[in-house]
Design a protein around this ligand. Structure first.
Ligand SMILES: [Zn+2]
Length: 185
């Protein structure tokens, strides 16, 4: 199996760092890259092939993913809102993709079990309504993971200090999916 991993936002935050915690300066682009790279190492160790691309161009990401022969696509992000209280983990899949929602459930379960974050559940993005570009424009089962809220103090602490556990949970979610759908091939 091969996984295309897309850490969200621009490399080195230039021009777009994604969300930033105003107190600590922790940037979404850095968390996503660290977790994505580390998840790739865990997957490689488990015999899963990976390709990783962080880019400011969503078009470039989808083109690369669709040319990669990857079986699944995983985009990694951190959530953010103005209300500091909001917290937890959610994973998005594209409407109509059974395999995408299975993958989303596998990753979501591993993350909330490993990190004990609030389980906000799997969310469905419907093209033309609340579609997410990378989910709508990739050819394979695709998910977008919102690891936790970078704007919440408790979640921020996890995003800053538990990146290895986050990466392991993402990788385990992928291998759970592999077992369920592909029978370990
Ligand atoms: Zn993001």
């Amino acid at each position: 199996m091969k996984v295309f991993i897309n850490p969200g936002h621009a490399p080195n935050g230039n021009p777009d760092p994604g969300a930033v915690n105003s107190e600590t300066g922790l940037r979404e682009c850095d968390v996503a890259l660290a977790v994505g790279k580390s998840a790739a190492s865990y997957l490689n160790a488990a015999g899963v092939e990976t390709e990783l691309l962080q880019s400011d161009s969503l078009y470039e990401i989808c083109e690369a993913a669709n040319a990669s022969d990857a079986d699944i696509f995983v985009s990694i992000h951190c959530n953010a809102v103005e209300a500091e209280e909001a917290n937890g983990t959610e994973t998005w899949a594209c409407a109509g993709s059974y395999r995408g929602s299975v993958l989303a459930n596998c990753i979501q379960s591993q993350l909330v079990n490993a990190l004990d974050t609030t389980d906000r559940g799997v969310k469905i993005a419907t093209p033309g309504v609340n579609g997410l570009y990378v989910l709508t424009n990739t050819d394979m089962p695709a998910v977008l993971v919102e690891l936790a809220f970078i704007t919440n103090p408790g979640d921020e602490d996890i995003l800053a200090h538990d990146q290895d556990a986050l990466a392991r949970a993402v990788a385990r979610g992928v291998t759970d999916y592999e077992q369920l759908i592909l029978g370990g091939k």
